[in-house]
Design a protein around this ligand. Structure first.
Ligand SMILES: C[S@@+](CC[C@H](N)C(=O)[O-])C[C@H]1O[C@@H](n2cnc3c(N)ncnc32)[C@H](O)[C@@H]1O
Length: 258
């Protein structure tokens, strides 16, 4: 594949539940069933392991729970829902009078979120995000701390998006000591598999150990109904989380989302 000037265009990185038999989009269209995240090793294929996670799709496609509404109520808008899926948190935020935007790389998810009357954009968190640096709150729930398979990188990216007095609400793995990054495939109840993609699981300890160098401090932890939520506040700009210019090693505070 080549670009306009004949230059090769890199293939997009495989993404959560996409490619092959598109289990994520199928499950969202059905609005139910179980999706299983399975660790994948090139050459060896799919094998059980600590990276295995089961997701109940009905929960994503339903209304937000009372717990989730309470969490949102404690946030200030505008709210950015990173990996918003079909938009239940966006709908709840709107009903609470919060301005909210979702971003997600799944066309089916974004289409469903928009049909709920919420605002969602089909894009990656690692691409330029509107109002970067001005979001008063950002949320990474439902295991979304695993997006991209690198917790430190995702935290640094979120630090670029958030306002100086903002809050990042992260749901961590219920297992405090969980800390893995791996390749995974997603599988639905009928055995439909996705392409392998990078994912991570992080308990509270793993989040805290990476937070400071990524520009965050832990403000609060809440454990409710077996779920664990951490509120992170941005550290003042000392630029350690900024990109380094590779050629010179000089630090560059990058708010352009490149
Ligand atoms: C575990 S699911 C969570 C679903 C969602 N929170 C909900 O309410 O339905 C992960 C979500 O993150 C999205 N995602 C994965 N990588 C992403 C990226 N780089 N940028 C934005 N969204 C991403 C997936 O498409 C998927 O919707």
């Amino acid at each position: 594949m080549t670009g306009p000037a004949g230059a090769p265009v890199p293939a997009p990185a495989p993404a959560f539940g996409q490619g092959m038999r598109e289990p994520y989009a199928r499950a969202l269209r059905v609005g139910g069933g179980t999706l299983t995240l399975r660790p994948y090793t090139p050459g060896a294929g799919v094998a059980p392991g600590p990276g295995e996670v089961r997701f109940e799709v009905l929960g994503w496609c339903s209304e937000a729970s009372v717990l989730e509404r309470n969490l949102l109520q404690g946030l200030r808008g505008p709210v950015l829902d990173i990996g918003c899926g079909p938009g239940r948190l966006l709908a709840a935020a709107r009903s609470l009078g919060l301005i909210a935007l979702g971003i997600d790389i799944s066309a089916e998810a974004v289409s469903q979120a928009c049909s709920r009357g919420t605002s969602a954009l089909l894009q990656s968190v690692f691409s330029p995000v509107p109002q970067s640096g001005n979001w008063r709150s950002a949320v990474l729930l439902d295991g979304n701390i695993g997006i991209g398979g690198n917790v430190a990188r995702l935290l640094r990216r979120c630090r670029q998006l958030i306002a100086p007095q903002g809050t990042l609400l992260v749901e961590t793995d219920p297992d405090e000591g969980m800390d893995i990054a791996y390749q995974a495939v997603l599988e639905d109840d009928d055995g439909n598999l996705s392409e392998p993609f990078a994912w991570a699981r992080a308990g509270r300890a793993a989040l805290v150990s990476r937070a400071e160098t990524a520009g965050w401090t832990l403000a609060a932890t809440e454990q409710v109904q077996g779920r664990v939520f951490c509120r992170l506040s941005p550290l003042p700009d000392r630029v350690p989380w900024a990109d380094r210019t590779p050629a010179t090693g000089r630090r560059r505070l990058d708010r352009s989302n490149a």
